[in-house]
Design a protein around this ligand. Structure first.
Ligand code: UTP
Length: 292
């Protein structure tokens, strides 16, 4: 079954980047000149996704404005003639990437709880999940790689995985894996925020999954987990133990826009490649590096 729907959970409080996130959603933080959420919606659109539901919350309506038309701005840019045309195209193109709808998660009870808000939108089809603060940049869109692995393996879902350090694995999740083919593994078990003696491997889920609609019934019936949040990993664990999930060691660079270092790395790396300011920025970085 072709995957046409995606859910982007973007309702979290973003406490790791306070005070910036007090009034601005972290998903709207720019990487040079484009907000994180736009990179994610573009990745989904390039992977064949047509319908997207963004899970939002109080104080996060900037995301809705970003994907909406803005006649006042557009008229101003039209009046600016040829010189302003590229900007006009950018602000209009972003409104045409996909059919985007929104639902509010009224209380921040975790990623699993956020995904549960999309139950009606998803219906009975398998769907993609792209975490709203994980930007993954690469030639081959990450969620497209997972969709292909899901179709090829016939397993009941797919997760994007990467090896992380021993210190980091305790903050993320740990996957029990068996080789399948090339960069694809079969995940047979997993644990969220493992203690050192619970670590299966240093492979962790980073930001992307393809899930069957059965996940909703599982989410409705499991207890709250780590951090007293309804954990998506705890629900995926049940699928993994039952029939296995594809784990894709995806290509592309992942930037965690939910932590300070991730935000800086994204700006530097994307800035260095930027067609407009890249060369000048390179000179600046070299100058700064000499002073270190
Ligand atoms: P995180 O755990 O990184 O987000 O969730 P958080 O809770 O905002 O982070 P901190 O720890 O307070 O800094 C990953 C993604 O899931 C969304 C977040 O917005 C983020 O994009 N999320 C998380 C929700 O939509 N709802 C939640 O209850 C929790």
């Amino acid at each position: 079954m072709k995957i046409k729907k995606a859910v982007i959970p973007a309702a979290g409080l973003g406490t790791r980047v306070l005070p910036a996130t007090k009034a601005i959603p972290k998903e709207m933080f720019p990487i040079v000149d484009k907000p994180a959420i736009q990179y994610i919606v573009e990745e989904a659109a390039k992977s064949g996704i047509e319908d997207i539901m963004i899970i939002t919350s109080r104080g996060k309506s900037e995301m809705e404005d970003h994907f909406d038309r803005n006649p006042e701005l557009e008229n101003k840019l039209i009046a600016g003639g040829e010189a302003k045309r590229p900007m006009l195209e950018q602000v209009v193109d972003v409104t045409r990437l996909a059919n985007i709808t929104y639902v509010r998660q009224m209380e921040q009870k975790g990623l699993g709880h956020a995904v549960l808000q999309a139950k009606k939108f998803v219906g009975s089809e398998p769907f993609a999940v792209l975490y709203g603060d994980d930007v993954i940049i690469g030639e081959d869109p990450c969620i497209g790689q997972l969709i292909r692995a899901y179709e090829e393996t016939g397993l009941c879902g797919a997760v994007g995985i990467k090896e992380v350090s021993e210190q980091d694995i305790q903050k993320y999740s740990s996957m029990k894996i068996e080789p399948y083919k090339d960069n694809i593994f079969k995940v047979t078990d997993m644990i969220e925020k493992p203690k050192p003696d619970q670590v299966f491997s240093l492979y962790s889920i980073l930001g992307r999954c393809v899930l069957p609609a059965d996940i909703f019934e599982i989410l409705e019936n499991i207890p709250y987990g780590a951090g007293n949040e309804l954990q998506l990993t705890d629900a995926m664990k049940i699928l993994a133990q039952k029939s296995g999930i594809a784990g894709v060691d995806f290509t592309g660079t992942r930037y965690d826009m939910g932590n300070k270092l991730g935000i800086l790395k994204a700006s530097v790396e994307v800035g260095l490649e930027h067609p407009e300011i890249g060369d000048e920025f390179k000179k600046y970085i070299k100058l700064m590096a000499e002073k270190l």
